[in-house]
Design a protein around this ligand. Structure first.
Ligand SMILES: Nc1nc2c(ncn2[C@@H]2O[C@H](COP(=O)(O)OP(=O)(O)OP(=O)(O)O)[C@@H](O)[C@H]2O)c(=O)[nH]1
Ligand SMILES: [Mg+2]
Length: 397
């Protein structure tokens, strides 16, 4: 039975795919069979995440990418994720493409995912849907998400290549893009290049990237315009040249670690109340961000040391639980070097220094997202308990 399902998915049978995705979306009793059916059959597709602020031109860009990739003989599946409303975004994209020339193209499959449960669940479902398309043999899987919160950033983590769409004239939103999204972008695409502010946005982005110290990679900045098609060929060509496909399936259970951490953070009342968001998770490693808000401010109008410790502690706590066994903090120490003001974004990057069967040593570097300034360093020792991590509210929702 399960074999039959794997085979039908592998053949790319459209009705099977549609049903499989519906099961994953609602996490019904067949969802488990679907996950089993695609196990070990993934890792071939190039998964491209497209994120960016609302109205950035993401769907328009995705439509143009479909055209460009089809011209090069690639088959393309699209997952449009819209956590806010089931009726906009993805649905609009689907309609637009369905109405266009791709209507009867067997080489294209578009599906929008609407929010049913909490965001973490949506991110996990998107990851599973990507696997289904991958197992079905699509050459390219594109995931469109609105880049604002944790789940969006999390979803792009399932991608091999991350495209951040930046419309001209972002204004204050540039700050939001700087925080976190800068961390994940492989390429910034300035959309609507036909608009007057496009050049300025392009140079702002280049300046912002130049500011980064100790960066071990440099994202690319490019410009496109939908009406004229400017820059589209070059972008498709750049994507085609990427050797990174399959990276999301790097060994070591990165995907499982991400899924677990997403659920843990989603179920953590304190972390949620503080506004902590997940940027990255891998075995023994977690990156979180948090915007310094009024509630984090001390009497001296600076971010409270306790708030910084909380963020660091959360990152550490998640990092030491990524393997699936419960680990608890038994000793910790923190030094602070920079005061942080309201409105800034903080990033906490927890890494594993050493781990034995019972004891783990972790370090967390807290930095200011804007300029990567060092804010605090936290060291912690955890005690590992030989019991599986259980997340409140887990299981069929
Ligand atoms: N002038 C101009 N307008 C564009 C271009 N690309 C997209 N737009 C317009 O920008 C608006 C938003 O485009 P979408 O592609 O729906 O943007 P989106 O980021 O998918 O939007 P959401 O999914 O709602 O967040 C639409 O009115 C588009 O027609 C472009 O290259 N030039
Ligand atoms: Mg859209």
């Amino acid at each position: 039975m399960i074999n039959t399902l794997s085979e039908r998915i592998a053949c790319g049978d459209r009705l099977t795919l549609a049903r499989a995705i519906s099961s994953l979306e609602s996490n019904d009793e067949r969802a488990h069979d679907v996950r089993q059916a695609v196990l070990g059959r993934t890792g071939r597709a190039h998964v491209i995440g497209v994120t960016g602020p609302p109205g950035a031109g993401k769907s328009t860009l995705v439509s143009a990418l479909i055209v460009g990739l089809r011209q090069r003989g690639r088959t393309v599946a699209v997952v449009a994720v819209d956590p806010s409303s089931p009726f906009t975004g993805g649905a609009v994209l689907g309609d637009r493409i369905r109405m266009g020339e791709r209507q009867s193209d067997e080489g294209v499959f578009i599906r929008s995912l609407a929010s049913r449960g909490h965001l973490g669940g949506l991110a996990a479902a998107a990851g599973d849907v990507i696997d289904v398309f991958d197992a079905a043999g699509f050459d390219v899987v594109i995931v469109e998400t609105v880049g604002a919160g944790q789940s969006e950033v999390e979803i792009t983590r399932y991608a091999d290549t991350r495209v951040v769409a930046c419309p001209p004239g972002l204004g204050d939103d540039v700050q939001a893009i700087k925080a976190g999204v800068l961390e994940i972008a492989d390429i910034f695409v300035v959309t609507k290049a036909d608009l007057p502010d496009a050049r300025r946005t392009e140079s702002d982005l280049n300046a912002m990237i130049g500011l980064r110290r100790h960066a071990d990679w440099t994202p690319v900045v490019t410009k496109v315009s939908a009406p004229s098609g400017e820059g589209m060929d070059a972008l498709v060509e750049w994507l085609e040249q990427r050797p990174q496909r399959g990276l999301r399936h790097a060994p070591g259970g990165a995907q499982q670690a991400r899924a677990l951490v997403t659920r843990c953070l989603g179920a953590d009342g304190f972390g949620q109340a503080m506004g902590m968001q997940l940027l990255y998770a891998a075995p023994g490693e977690v990156k979180l961000r948090m915007r310094v808000q009024r509630m984090h401010i001390n009497f001296n109008k600076r971010c409270h040391g306790g708030a910084i410790f909380s963020l660091g502690d959360m990152a550490l706590g998640l990092a030491c639980n990524t393997y699936g066994s419960i680990a608890t903090l038994v000793d910790s120490q923190m030094s602070i070097s920079t005061a942080v003001e309201e409105g800034e974004w903080l990033i906490a990057h927890a890494t594993e220094v050493a781990r034995s069967r019972k004891i783990g040593t972790y370090q967390v570097r807290v930095s200011r997202a804007r300029d990567d300034a060092h804010v605090a360093l936290l060291n912690g020792v955890v005690y590992v308990i030989d019991k599986p991590v259980e997340v409140a509210g887990d299981g069929p929702a």
